[in-house]
Every structure is written in C-alpha cells, then in structure tokens.
Design a protein around this ligand. Sequence first.
Ligand code: IVH
Length: 750
Amino acid sequence: MDSIIVEELTRDQARAELARLSDVLAQANDAYHGADAPEISDAEYDRLKLRNAAIEARFPELKRSDSPSDQVGAAPSSGFGKITHAVSMLSLGNAFEDEDVAEFAQRIRKYLGLDASENVQFTAEPKIDGLSLSLRYESGKLVHAATRGDGSTGENVTDNACTIDSIPQEISDAPDVLEVRGEVYMSHADFEALNVRQTEAGEKVFANPRNAAAGSLRQLDSKITKSRPLRFFAYAWGELSTPLAQTQMGAIEKLASFGFEINPLTKVCDGPTSLVAHYRTIEAQRATLGYDIDGVVYKVDRLDLQARLGFRSTTPRWAIAHKFPAELAWTRLEAIDIQVGRTGALSPVARLAPVTVGGVVVSNATLHNEDYIAGRDSKGVEIRGGKDIREGDWVQVYRAGDVIPKIADVDVTKRPDGAAEYAFPATCPECGSDAVREEGDAVRYCTGGIICPAQAKEKLKHFVARKGFDIEGLGAKQVEMFYEDSELPIREPADIFTLARRDADNGLTKLKNRHGWGAQSASKLFEAIEEKRKIAFGRMLFALGIRHVGEAAAKDLALHFGEWHFLKEAAEGARAAALAWRAADEAEEAERIAAAREGRRGRIKETRDGAMARCAVPMGSKVAWEDLVGIDGIGASVAMSLTDAFANTHERAAIDRLVNELEIAPPEAPSQESPVAGKTVVFTGSLEKMTRAEAKARAESLGAKVAGSVSRKTDILVAGPGAGSKAAKAAELGIKILDEDGWLALIEGL
Ligand code: IVH
C-alpha cells in the first residue's frame, strides 16, 4: 500500500495504512532508542513519519491514540517528535498603510454583505515578536505543546513548555478539549541578562530576543529551557470541545480566567479609525513595553462572523497584522553576484558588509533585476531619484517582516572614486549562453535552457522530488548522472518519458548494460517511469517548479481549472493584465519607500491606479486575470509567475513537450464527506444570508466547483429571488434547483 499516494487512498486503505505505519515506526523507535541499532535509515524513517502525518491531515478522524506523530523524541533526525495540529496554525496577511486597514474593514463588510447601518467591531492587540506555540489540554491537563512548524505539523516541545511559568499545567473548569495558542517571547531585560551569562560562560550570544526565545524553546534538554526566562501571551485557540465565548474579547478574557497571561493592550474598537488610533497608541509605547512587538493585530470581534469569513489558503479573512514601518540601516555593498535559478532567471544579489537591521544580521539583499540596479522600474520610470547602485556603494537596507532584505537608498556622495556603473551580464555566468530580456519583462533569462546545467539540473531535481513525480529509482543522484550522459541524456522533464523509447533504439548501449545497472534495475526504472505517465493535475503543475506555485497553489489551480488546457488558456490570456499589475506594484513600492524616506504618508492608491492606467489592458485579459486571482488561495504573485512561465518561449516549449508525453488526471474533489464534493454549482439571483463571494468560497471549500453559467455539466443551481434565464435553462436541462435555504440545509447537514 506504500505505493499508493496519500491523495488516492480510500478511507479503509488509510485506516490500514495508519495501523501499519504505527507498527513499523514503533519497531524502528525501539530499535533506535532501545537497541541503539536502527533498522531503517533516517531518511526512510522521516518519509514514513511524513506519510503518516499526511494521512492524518487528510483523515483527522482516523488518527490513532498511539499515533507516531505524538511520540516525544521519536524522530531521530530532528530530535523532536512531530505533532499534527488538530486545527492548522495559520499566519496573517499584512497591512502597512492606514488605508490598507480601511480596505480590510471594507473587504469584510463587502464579504458579509453588510449595509451601512450594521457595524463590525474588532479587537486590536500588539503583535508579539516571538514564536507561536499551541498548547493542548484534555480534561484540564496539559497533554502536549507544539511549535507552529509548517502550520499543519509542528515539533513536540511539551517538556520544554512545562518549564514556562506563565503556562499552566492544569486548568480547572476548562472544556474537555482546549487548545490555547499564543506567543512565547523573552523580555528585553531577560534577554540582556541571558547574553551576559552566555558571554561569561563562553557560549554564543543571541542576536535578538526572538532568536533567544526560539533557541531556548527548542532545546533538547528541558533543563536548559528551564534556566531561560521565557514568557507566554495567549491570544488564540485551536480545537475546542465547547466554545469559549461569543466574541474574541470574551474568549481572551476566558483564557485569562484559566490563568493565562493576555496582553493588557488588547482593546475592542468599532472601526478602522479607532483601530488606527489604537495602533498609534501602541506604537508610542513600543520602546517602553519591555518586549519586542512588530505591529498590531486586528481581529473581527464576533466569532460567528469570524466563522462566516473563514480562511484563504494560509491566512484568515477576519484578521490582519498592521506592521510597523520597516527598520533601515546603512552598510557597504561589497559585491553584486548573479544567481541562476530553476527558471533560468538571472537574479542579482547584493553582498553586504553584515549589518543589524531590526535585530537580524543582514549580509545579502535582493537587487531584483538590472533596471532596479540602474535606478528604473520596468516601465523606465525612475526609482530612488534615478540613482544607480554600484559595487562599493554605501546603501540603506530594510527588512519588512520575514521578507528578503531590500535596498531602499544609495548615498552617492560616499561613492568610491572610480566606481564603475554595474554592467549586468549579457551571458549566463553558469553556462556562458546569451542571457536575454523579452519585451515587457524586467528579468534577463539564460537562453541556455537545457544546456544550462545549473538551471536544468535544479529543475529536474525538483521535478522528480517526492512531492513532484516521485519516480522510484530516479532521485537527485540519478538526475546528475543522466544529465551528463551523452547517449541517453535526461535534460528536461519530457526526456524522462522518452527514456525507454530511446533506450530501445538499436544504436545505443542499453541502460541494462551500463556500469551500475542491470536488466532488472533498468526495467524497474522504466516501469516506475511508466507508472507516473498518468499523473494528477496538481502534482504535475507543482513539479514544473514555477515560481510561487507551491503544492497548495497547484492544487487550488488544478481544482479550479480541472483540465490542463483551461489553465493554459487562462495563463496566456491574463498576460497583459499581469504586466500591468507588476508595473503598478513596482510604482507602489517606489512610492512607499520615497514616502518613508521623506517622512510623509504615501500616495499609494493614486500611484497604483496611475501605473495601471498607463498600461492599456484589453478587456479579455482583465477577465482572464480576474478569473485567476479570484480563485481561493491564489494571489497576484502566483498568477503573475504562471503567466511568466507560459510567456517564456523556452519554458513554454519544454512544458508542451512534457504534456505531450503525459496523461493528466483531473483532480478529485478534496473532501469526500461533503455532499457537494466534485459537483459543479451555479449561483444565480440574489442571496440573502450570504454574499456571492462567501457562497462561492464556502462551496469551494467543500470541494464543489463554482461556475458562472449553466451547462450540461452543472449539477446544482442555487437560485435566489430574481433568478432569470439561468433558472429557466437549468429547468430545461433537468438540473437540480435549490433555493438558498435548500442549499444551506444541504451543506450544513454535514
Ligand atoms: S493571531 C489565525 N495574534 O504572528 C491567526 N498572532 O504573522 C492566528 N502573532 O503565527 C494568529 N502576536 O505567531 C495573532 N496577537 C497576536 C499575535 C500573533 C504575534 C504571530 C503568530 C502568527 C504570526 C502571523
């Protein structure tokens, strides 16, 4: 059963597989810990654990009481056991300007379909700069503590969490199941004192309180954690057997009554103006709080509204982080290096004399592309007042959140004598091929394509990786080998699927006769490849390694488009709109930096709108773009790189060659439980209990596909008052028609 991918397991197979994995892993644990004689390799152990966690994530209700995910110290390679969160731990979207906050509130009102008389209240509280932790209590007892990890699986740090004073180990009157979430942090005073002790003991000092908190919580020896003064603020929750309250504020107060520390600056506000006012109050106290914060978090106060608003793929619709302005620091730019990525893009990187920016030592910054270095955006409009960047320059660096550091400014008065303008290479530093720019694209690409070893090998390794095609017997090592092979090369993904055909060609030394290969291993490889010729749409898209198109985005896109050619048409069609969007983004960023430097509020919206208007985008392209970014979980950056990939001649040709070799299986609806999974639904007429956007997002989260018009493929038409021709057409085609209440009864009867 190990050969069946997790997405394709039936419920019964999943149950049996969890039982098997639990046995195999328990045996491996005993061998490892008890006998000190591992029976399976660390890599295989990790693979099995991940498989177990992935099955549990897909079928949470099948998770076993002896689940390997919950075992402390069971993962030999990482040192900590893994815990799959019962409810994912998500991150937050960001707001930078006051108007982003107004837009956030407006988006919420629109989504919920509220009229002017209905008010939405929010909570506002400091965003603590530490690391998040989820604490699970069963019958009032702390059973485990897990770090956020990748959001669905974190590390089991229970023993360490138990050493933190502000984390109660027992709670009276708590719900049977209570997961409390919050931030572990270290105060400034404790951080300074710790570094003094570390220096005296000849141990490493920490760069900032957050690193110190993270390093202390992730100690394998909990005695060390105990000696580190960590604190915990509770601000959220995961699984609950009974709701805590009806509002965010009520729930937080309930957590305080259980003995948790909650942040004293948490306040209920009645709209964007008072949110921003509270943000300024908190900002004014930032330096004297005694711990690091990096912004203010706003959350819709009513929990029923939070539930209706729900989540995008990684962030809630009902909350946002309003970040404090980025910190800036000056340093010397020592050199400009060019990196060649998987897509062939030449990315310039600034090598900097190390400098601390916002508590983190920065020694690299992105320089985006050659126009950016020259002081222009992609439309030729000046940025940084037109000043270019040269090696040896004195530059101002900034970090905003977790993003890669960037250059805000350059001080030309300190430019070394004789510093030459930077000449962006016109050839690829890895393979020497011409590196060219296509019309309307700021990025220079290596034209080497399959001959550029750096690019091709990285692409292939990603392609065959476990989350990609996962071809048994074809890993990174074999990719290197086949890449260099002159008789039977694999230089692009399509070559994998022509390998057997080429091997059958008489003029060649057969693979089975090669050094290190035999009849059996060669035929096994061909079989393994053949097995993957039919591949799930989402997996295939992810394997292409298109920038920003991660696993989740690939799945969302596959689910939305269903068939490859629909995706291809959308990506081609949206190109003009995508370029306009990029131009607007660049203009906006330049304005934001200029405003920050000049100490004024940015004219963000005008700048953005102006840049958009300068690029006349045909209506059809706008529609295609809206279709892409309208997909739940797909943002502008994913949509943008998708259009980039299809507009790049080389990448596009290689994709087409690959597609010719494959049978791409349409995606299956994700949730088998839902009565609407896999069904095509059309909404028409007016809806009274929810807005269109809400209805669509909810249907999609239940695995339905929402279409705009009625066809033979439509399964359900949800018709509100005023439904016209669509209802008539549906009736004619014999399609099931429901009113809004009928629809809600169907999906809520889950
Ligand atoms: S709420 C579903 N509240 O910020 C959203 N997060 O950027 C749950 N953080 O991973 C998060 N202070 O580690 C929330 N008052 C606060 C926070 C806070 C810090 C962290 C948290 C989260 C990250 C998101």
